[in-house]
Design a protein around this ligand. Structure first.
Ligand code: HSE
Length: 317
């Protein structure tokens, strides 16, 4: 049972409304497969209202407009429904308006953001009725996403280390060194996370596992204290080369960026590239290099680290 019921449930949720803002995220960060994640200052924003009329009304503006479903199968609605169900509270009718800016299918945590939007919207709508702990919010979001590395930074902001225990997923939030200047390079094509995950082998050589243990430990130090170590700290042998054939241009550009000394990695399951630059001039150099050598159009997004994570404001009662 998730959530602690703190007051009797009545039908008075109708009329409650929340405004939710959730950041994009980049997971893995090179060696930290399914573990490390970074919140980035690009957001999906939603207004969600509980109504007395059963059913859902969904409106989507921006990214996903005309593409995502506008019924109960919309991911934010599914996440709200999941949270209400786990809390043991009947779902009211819902009106949802989304203003999306996080690219879909590009490795920037759009599905994690939608899931987190639903979980924190439900928390806001249930304020005074059900209390959720931070661990419970992460558990609810991870149940839908399957792994915690995107949903943890989307919920809590900053750099997050996420791990799974028999009692559920847990996280530690860290504040990123202010010298770290993330740059995300986004191609026009998408990549399916399910396809990327299907390319992972069942087991890996022991020396590769040791390689990644050392680099991911180093990466945490590099991101919070020693950005000069970011290049060495972003090496990986656990996932990127297994998936490279499915995103050849991503692979080629990462090699070119790394040969030029930039700490470039696949963002999440790809196909976007994350460069953990050490200053704004490195961002400009990496952007120019990609413009020079890419065969297709890549959008350069210099993004700050988001330190707050998802926010929810109760708009009216
Ligand atoms: N850790 C995940 C993966 C992130 O690389 O498959 C994408 O959801």
């Amino acid at each position: 049972m998730t959530g602690t019921l703190v007051a009797p449930v009545d039908t008075a949720l109708a009329g409650r409304a929340v405004q939710v803002k959730v950041p994009a995220t980049s997971a893995n960060l090179g060696p930290g497969f399914d573990t490390l994640g970074l919140a980035l200052a690009r957001y999906d924003e939603l207004e969600i209202r509980a109504t007395a009329t059963a059913g859902v009304v969904v409106e989507v503006h921006g990214v996903g407009e005309g593409e995502v479903p506008l019924d109960a199968s919309h991911l934010v609605v599914r996440s709200i429904a999941h949270t209400f169900e786990r809390a043991g509270v009947a779902l009211p009718g819902l009106e949802l308006v989304a203003h999306n800016t996080i690219p879909h299918g590009r490795g920037l945590g759009s599905s994690g953001a939608a899931i987190v939007a639903g979980v924190v919207a439900a928390k806001g709508l249930l304020e005074g009725v059900v209390d959720f702990t931070a661990d419970e919010l992460l558990e609810l979001a991870t149940e839908l996403e399957g792994h915690p590395d995107n949903v943890a930074p989307a919920l809590f902001g900053g750099l997050t280390i996420a791990w799974v225990t028999p009692e559920g997923p847990r996280h530690k939030k860290l504040i990123v060194h202010r010298g770290v200047s993330p740059l995300v390079l986004v191609p026009e094509h998408e990549m399916s996370t399910a396809l990327a995950r299907s390319l992972q082998p069942e087991s890996v050589p022991h020396e590769d596992a040791v390689f990644n243990v050392s680099r991911s430990a180093l990466l945490v130090a590099a991101l919070i204290q020693s950005p000069e170590l970011l290049f060495q700290a972003t090496e990986d042998k656990l996932h990127q080369h297994y998936r490279a054939a499915a995103m050849p241009e991503t692979d080629r550009l990462i090699q070119a960026l790394r040969e030029a000394g930039h700490p470039a990695v696949v963002s999440g399951a790809g196909p976007s590239i994350l460069v953990l630059a050490s200053d704004p001039s490195e961002r400009a150099a990496a952007t120019a290099l990609v413009e020079r050598v890419a065969d297709t159009v890549w959008q350069a997004l210099p993004l700050a680290v988001d330190f707050k994570g998802a926010t929810v404001v109760n708009a009216e009662r």
